[in-house]
Design a protein around this ligand. Sequence first.
Ligand code: 5AD
Length: 477
Amino acid sequence: MPSVFIKTYGCQMNERDSEAVAAQLVAKGYTLASSEGLADIILLNTCSVRDLAEQKALRKMENLVAEARRERPNQVLGFMGCMAQSRGQQLIDLLPDVDLVIGTQKFHRTADYLDDILAGRRDKAVDVAAEANSQATIREHLVNGNAKTGVTAFVSIMQGCNQYCTFCIVPYTRGEERSRTIPDIVAECRELVSRGVKEITLLGQIVTSYGRRGHVAADVSPRHFFPDQLAPTDVGGFGSRRTTSPFVQLIEAVHEIEGLERIRFTSPHPKGYGDDLVEAYSRLPKLVESAHLPVQSGSDRLLKLMHRGYTRERYLAIIEKLRRVKAKIGVSTDIIVGFPGETEEDFDQTLSLVREVQFDQAFIFKYSARQDTPAADMPDQVQQPFKEERNQRLLALVNEIGSQRHRSLIGSHVQILVEGPSKKRPDRFMGRTRCNKIVVFDGSERHLGQIMDVRITRAGSFTLYGDPAILNDGGCQ
Ligand code: 5AD
């Protein structure tokens, strides 16, 4: 059977989509190639969120085309994902050796198109159409042994985004928000747990919007979200018996799964971060003390121009509430520097917010104008040298705070879930704390999948080092 190699760019959602496509292909008899050179098919799962990500994938495909021409004339080459969605046929016009372009609602059709191309029934295929209920098609996982440790897994709970932040291309590449049903998601989680998964991360562009839209798909009515054993919510407008949001109801349902140890989610939106979600951290022990809450800017003026739907004050209030419930919660964020019109004063506001919150980690992005997004046409675009300089200044601050927080853990006891050998030091093992920090320790295969207490002995810039703890002093970060 033909072998396939998938290279993924961009976010965790893309990683998850690639895994689902790989699993679907394996189920149809395809094998997974260990390198590009050995593959009959190479698929690039692309990202459009910044221009750099698009350019990387385009350059990669140019190289693959050149190599295929020289050495592997029958190799099938394809684009999938966000850039495939936004550029469609253009990609084949640009690179005529590309055989396949699969949009974000068509991942599950990949095998059919590949079968057709390999059998000569089609020369090329481009499919970027919308498809009702495509949110329910990303469900297959690779089984243990296929490059997965099987301890942690990602589960896609929804697709699309309706927020239309003015900088962001995602609503155009991923389409309207559509959620899967709770029973469908729980069934997938149960199956994963039965295969040994201990930690599940619920994934969506904006998970706090989960289930809030009635028009999930033409053939799925809202009542299917809430089977009889789950009370309807008054937040999504589907009736009124409880005040928890559909997302918190989903977490509760997943929390019931026996054998599951930990639940994470990414990404919530500050706009939809209700008290019910804050409170869930104190009520649901499997929900770990970690929150990735993208802020984007510390300036109210820019937050408005970005169409974020919250103020600096509201953002800070959420962090304060979270820390009141879980003092040691790990908090990370995304920040954009150089958004159109960003002045030194606006940037100072971002610096001061970062100082105030003391993030454990912050991902900084230089603003990149995306085609057809409102911000691309805004006046006062910030010149590259200013973006670079602000990026450096912010990075220095973020790193300083991050390493201080890291060092403060030395000597403390933390709980880790052991995921497997350390990537950088394969002779050692790594696990993650509940707050999402990586800890490397002297372990062995028998520790895999175990929840352990370790004492932090040393802090590197991104990694903590620990010794398995003999005594548990009850502290857990
Ligand atoms: N330019 C720079 N960064 C962006 N992001 C989204 N769109 C853009 C853009 N046009 C960043 C945001 C988001 C993260 C995933 O990518 O910070 O949270």
